[in-house]
Design a protein. Structure first.
Length: 550
């Protein structure tokens, strides 16, 4: 006959009796065997068991709880009742923690290190410092640094400050995290003063300051936007965008500076924040007619991401810009804020000047702004120019507009631009991979590369480009420099792990003045840096310098 499993109550009483007996005899081995089953009893039973342990002396309870959690880490979670009991009893017997930190055994001191920081055991600081000097376990070293930060005392700040110069980068990174965790005026000052010596550490400092959000936070981020290294610049831009409206005063002030690069980066951030109050300073910047086409492009691109209920007619001026890139960005901004009055104003621009009309039509189609395209299709000159431009557009662009016209019952217009002839020979165009986080720029690459006789392969995410490049070998890669997560430099470094400069040339495209990363670009294996804005001929010449024409 099978033995009946003891009831919850009976099992609890057995465990309680065993713990009482072990506490009297000092038998840690049996007590550990009992506590291994701690999670298997009810909350009420766990509470009774911990109350019973509370009656025992710390010299029995603290080593017992510590030993059980070292051997069974699942019982040492932050919300574990066993861990909470251990931390509270440890506070009553600090000599145990200090002695164990000096002792070589046990090798795993993770639970102890966490608890020392949680109970702010300041007396353990010298032992923690010595432990850091002696341990070769990187994970426990980081826990020790976090414990030091948890102490929250002035001496802890001094120790963490010294660790910023540790040869072990992981320790320095942990010290930065710890100083950010402290969040005091002194710890923030230390972090701010440390910036500018190492890009990896600077990135960690920005992340730490983001959690603190003290008065100097936004200004320090703004300084980092001007930094010479792309990873730091990109991280600072992301943090400012996350800061949102509180960052607007700093950003608006940037637009008043003569620094074109800073203006461009600021406009990128304002677009990401998406606050309509940014429209006034951006439009004021455009009224000043910035000399840099890159600034004008960034301004219209930012506006395309913002709601603009009034005075949208002012955007029409962007369609007259001498830069093709700016015209495309303006078209996208208009699409976001399209009104009947704006459509009529653009129609009048088309009727007034055939030369302007041709550039304007091209910008509208290349920008893929469907509503504006359909609003103007009844204009005779626009229709003629649009259909003519579409005949030479990439096949997928032609198909898109054919479907669009048919959906609006304008199928009679598509005869000359319909999909490819199925009997036509298969295209032997060589592939060029273009990577840019801006949809506007990807659209420009698509039409420009097609016009130059290449097959464009486009990626907004560098990670996706790298996946494709593991299977493909294009004629060339063209990439933006300032992209989130992975910069153009980092992308090039990854590409060079499998493709040489000769096998797959890389052209980095960036703003006219943004040349502070030249050394890093060269080290990453970049073949050439091309300034924005570029036209088809400029890009053709750049590609021809590295790709043999076939």
């Amino acid at each position: 006959m099978a033995r009946r499993k003891p009831s919850e109550r009976a099992r609890r009483e057995q465990m309680l009796e065993a713990i009482r007996r072990c506490a009297q005899s000092g038998d840690l081995g049996e007590a550990k065997a009992v506590l291994v089953h701690f999670a298997e009893i009810s909350r009420a039973g766990q509470k009774q068991l911990l109350n019973e342990l509370g009656r025992a002396h710390e010299s029995f309870t603290v080593p017992l709880l510590h030993g059980v959690m070292v051997e069974h880490p699942e019982l040492a979670e932050a919300d574990s009742p066993l861990y909470a009991a251990f931390a509270s009893r440890l506070a009553a017997w600090p000599d145990y923690a200090i002695g164990l930190l000096h002792d070589a055994a046990p090798a795993d001191k993770s639970v102890l290190l966490r608890a020392v920081g949680d109970i702010k055991l300041e007396a353990a600081l010298p032992a923690l410092e010595r432990f850091l000097e002696q341990t070769s376990d990187a994970a426990q070293a980081r826990l020790a640094v976090r414990a030091i930060a948890g102490l929250g005392c002035a001496q802890a700040v001094e120790t963490l400050t010294r660790l910023l110069d540790a040869t072990d980068h992981q320790l320095a990174l942990a010290a930065i995290e710890g100083l950010g965790q402290l969040g005091t005026a002194e710890s923030v000052r230390v972090l701010v003063d440390r910036m500018g010596k190492d890009v990896e550490l600077d990135l960690a400092i920005l992340a730490a300051l983001a959690e603190v959000r003290d008065e100097s936070y936004l200004e320090k981020l703004n300084e980092a936007v001007r930094a010479g290294r792309a990873p730091l610049r990109v991280a600072a831009k992301e943090q400012l965008a996350k800061a949102g409206e509180p960052a607007l005063p700093v950003l608006f002030a940037n637009l008043k500076t003569p620094d074109a690069d800073l203006q461009i980066h600021t406009l990128n951030i304002l677009g990401e924040i998406g606050c309509p109050t940014a429209l006034v300073p951006i439009r004021r910047l455009l009224w000043q007619e910035p000399e840099s086409a890159n600034v004008r492009f960034a301004a219209y691109e930012a506006i395309s991401m913002l709601p603009m209920s009034r005075a949208a007619y002012a955007l029409a001026a962007g369609l007259n810009d001498p830069s093709e890139h700016v015209r495309i960005a303006a078209a996208r901004a208009i699409e976001r804020n399209l009104t009947e009055a704006l459509v009529q104003g653009i129609a009048n621009m088309i009727r007034a000047d055939a030369g302007v009309a041709r550039d304007l039509v091209k910008a509208i189609i290349d920008a893929h702004v469907e509503n504006l395209f359909l609003a103007l299709i009844d204009e005779g000159l626009f229709r003629t120019l649009a259909l003519d431009h579409l005949r030479g557009a990439p096949a997928d662009v032609r198909r898109h507009y054919v479907e669009l016209l048919r959906e609006r019952e304008l199928g009679h217009l598509v005869a000359g631009i319909a999909a490819d002839d199925p009997h036509a020979p298969v295209s032997k165009r060589r592939k060029v991979c273009a990577v840019d986080d801006s949809p506007v720029m990807l659209g420009i690459y698509k039409t420009t590369l097609h016009r130059l006789g290449f097959e464009p392969v486009l990626f907004r995410l560098p990670t996706k480009a790298l996946e494709w490049l593991r299977q493909e070998t294009p004629a060339l890669v063209v990439t933006d420099l300032n992209m989130p997560k992975i910069t153009g430099i980092q992308l090039a470094e990854e590409i060079r792990r499998s493709h040489s400069k000769e096998a797959v040339p890389i052209i980095v495209v960036t703003t006219q003045h943004d040349v502070r990363d030249r050394d890093a670009l060269e080290a990453a294996g970049i073949n050439e840096v091309l300034s924005k804005p570029f036209d088809a001929e400029t890009l053709r010449l750049a590609i021809a310098r590295h790709v043999l024409q076939t």
